[in-house]
Design a protein around this ligand. Structure first.
Ligand SMILES: NC(=O)c1ccc[n+]([C@@H]2O[C@H](COP(=O)([O-])OP(=O)(O)OC[C@H]3O[C@@H](n4cnc5c(N)ncnc54)[C@H](O)[C@@H]3O)[C@@H](O)[C@H]2O)c1
Length: 274
């Protein structure tokens, strides 16, 4: 192993990625796999297609049906992984997203946002998207003598709320807060080597936000234009832009880093607009 690999290699590490069938989760799965990890992706959709495709490029990967709201199912997957590999080293919580019904628009005012839609978004991003998998996989991870790494996915709107998406903003702010809370809790109560961090992607064009950023003709909406104007690097993110940071957080390169939320945003969060 060369000097750089000593820090960044994920050889012999076992990673579970919830929401691994999604656009960002599958790209992270590919990145961790190419860095050497055994990868298990858990999702309610596309887990078979994504794992087959990644297997074809030489990644050691399995796809499992996993609903992040179903604690028994998460436990079943966790047990299956530990029975096979003896441990879990890395958990990436990539299930999450916003929904149209929880988004204000000319047709739907803040006053009329249905509670059920707001609850759905908070539940998906905070409970299923972070807390429940951390409870179940975390119970195994605290027993790992080599420690490990949990990576949650927060968002730009956790730092400063974005217009139109109050439920999603609140949920991601809570994910950042929970990341710090759990980093302290696990290190102080269970395992000094188990780290918990989050990434906060800026704007990546995916299914969940396409309707906000592009019109029917594929041109930028006013919101899309405003985002590009407020991004010093002048573009949306590409899913592969997340990989380096995820390998860094998953590997021994970040061995003394816990409780952080790292923006991957082309400078959006740093820019005041002036
Ligand atoms: N796309 C962006 O610009 C952006 C920006 C910041 C944060 N994020 C966050 O990144 C994460 C990944 O988002 P994405 O853009 O890849 O979206 P995506 O919709 O492509 O992926 C989300 C995945 O979560 C899965 N999922 C939904 N409900 C689930 C459940 N109950 N159990 C298991 N899996 C479930 C979906 O099937 C999907 O595969 C989300 O947390 C999202 O909020 C995205």
């Amino acid at each position: 192993m060369n000097y750089v690999e000593k820090f960044f290699s994920l050889e012999d590490k076992v990673a579970i990625i919830t929401g691994g069938g999604g656009i960002l989760g599958s790209e992270i799965a590919k990145g961790l796999g190419l860095a050497g990890a055994e990868v298990i992706i858990g999702d309610i959709k596309k887990y078979k297609d994504v794992s087959e495709n990644l297997k074809n490029i030489g990644i050691k990967i399995e796809g499992e049906y996993l609903d992040v709201f179903d604690k028994n199912k998460i436990e079943e997957v966790a047990k299956k992984i530990v029975d096979k590999y003896g441990k879990i080293d890395i958990l990436v919580n990539a299930a999450g997203g916003n929904i149209k019904e929880a988004t204000t628009s000319s047709e739907l005012s803040f006053f009329d946002l249905p509670l059920s839609a707001l609850e759905k978004v908070v539940a998906l991003n905070l409970f299923g998207g972070a807390i429940l998998p951390c409870q179940v996989f975390g119970k195994y991870m605290v027993k790992n003598e080599n420690g490990g790494s949990i990576i949650n996915i927060s968002s730009m709107n956790a730092f400063r709320p974005l217009t139109r998406i109050p439920g999603y903003s609140a949920a991601k702010a809570a994910v950042s807060n929970f990341t710090q809370w759990l980093a302290v809790h696990f290190a102080m109560e269970y395992n000094k080597k188990l780290r918990v961090n989050a990434i906060a992607p800026g704007f990546f064009l995916t299914e969940q936000n396409r309707y906000l950023l592009l019109d029917e003709k594929g041109n930028l909406t006013e919101r899309g234009k405003s985002i590009i104007l407020h991004t010093p690097m002048g573009r949306f993110g590409n899913p592969e832009d997340l990989i380096g940071v995820c390998i860094f957080l998953a590997s021994d390169a970040s061995i003394f880093i816990t409780g952080t939320v790292i923006p991957i945003d082309g400078g959006f969060n740093a820019y005041s607009g002036v």
